[in-house]
Design a protein around this ligand. Sequence first.
Ligand code: ZN
Length: 475
Amino acid sequence: MTTHLKDLLDQLSGDADWVGLREHAEITCLRTARNGNAYSNSTDRDKGIMVEVLVDGQFAYAGTTDITRAGVQRCYDRAAGLAALANRYNLHKFDDTARPAGSGGYRSAVARPLDEITPAEVQESLIDITSRLKISDKIIETQASALITRLQVNFVSSNGADWSQEFSIITRDFAATAQGNGDFQRRSLGMEGRQWGAEALDVSVMADDIARVAEQALELLDAEECPTGQFDTLLMPDQLYLQVHESVGHPLELDRILGDERNYAGWSFVSPEDFGSLQYGSPLLNISFDPGLAGEMATYRFDDTGVAAEKHFLIRNGLLVRGIGGIESQQRSALPGVSSSRACSWNRPPIDRMGNINIEPGDSSYEDMLAAMDRGIIMHTNRSWSIDDYRNKFQFGCEYAQQVENGRITKTLKNPNYRGITTPFWNKLAMVGDLASREIWGSPYCGKGEPNQAIRVGHAVPACLFRNLDVFGGA
Ligand SMILES: [Zn+2]
């Protein structure tokens, strides 16, 4: 996979202290269906090489789609020139320990490779889903989509790095919109992104979920409004994953804490002194960076600086212990981090990103958590979110909720929302679901960086019970 890159590397002339070549080749196809018909179909192809150099302690880079020897040499010369310019404003002198010489390969674990399904079969599956969702005249619109990505990343460097990674990624979703009783309600699967193959588009496996989504869309038309007040709240994985993303993942990014992102995606309420001392959540909260859990969006063997991927706890027994920062931010800040320098393409540099940020399962079954609620609410599937630049105050809305009285589900509720402040919220965590309640969710659209980078993130989380959340309806 990397022979051609090694040849290009060997042929470069110049006097950089270190050189790396990262090749990124991606084909992403988005197909959608609507109301029993094909609706859209587009394919993006992207291939190029980023040349990264280290000159006198300063990293710089340039990317090109001209992957000839001359094209890559021009790119190298440009990167070396930029390193000299940037060095006038150098923040930290790096050496090649910031680019370890890993070698090896990775390939997504799939049941059925993507080339075993034809484009026509994908489209037929999506059309079939939209037809199955139409269970009533009150269902006025049905939609289904599949975002299918094949990605190959190859990396070689002058200090001996030589690795390849091959990813098979699908984000699927479907939804039904119902109208009646003077109301509209939309119920969806939720954006379900994972590393998997053609098995993700098997309609027969999804049949129960398709039926559930359609029935719940109708059910919401007759549901009561979610009440306002303080309630014990069971957040299901298809909501809780986004809560983790926004109120644990982003605030723990070391480049935010260092101030790099302040004028764009925001800052963080977390300060460097908080690591090792801030009680982020209740003692039941254990959050890990886990690039090794098969099937998640951001499972990999190396990050894009070549650091070998390893699992680490970010929050252990509620205590903040580690940030989400790659090797450069770790060296700049002298804080512990993880293998999370990631680039979305050949024309973007690696920056601090989330990978798989997971809540470790606890020991409570779903039934245990239900039984522990005298008067509570269960919320399913994210519908809306808002969080401030410091990642502190937030509110989330969900598609569907259930009222619990004396440990039993008694009715369906519509338009549920809750609000909170990050650390008080996580300190209200009272029960953590076991492995059986854990689900893998992930998004292809985490945005950050200037110029912008949209990257794929994974979140494996169990259902969790929180005491006395501020719940409100109507929004
Ligand atoms: Zn994000």
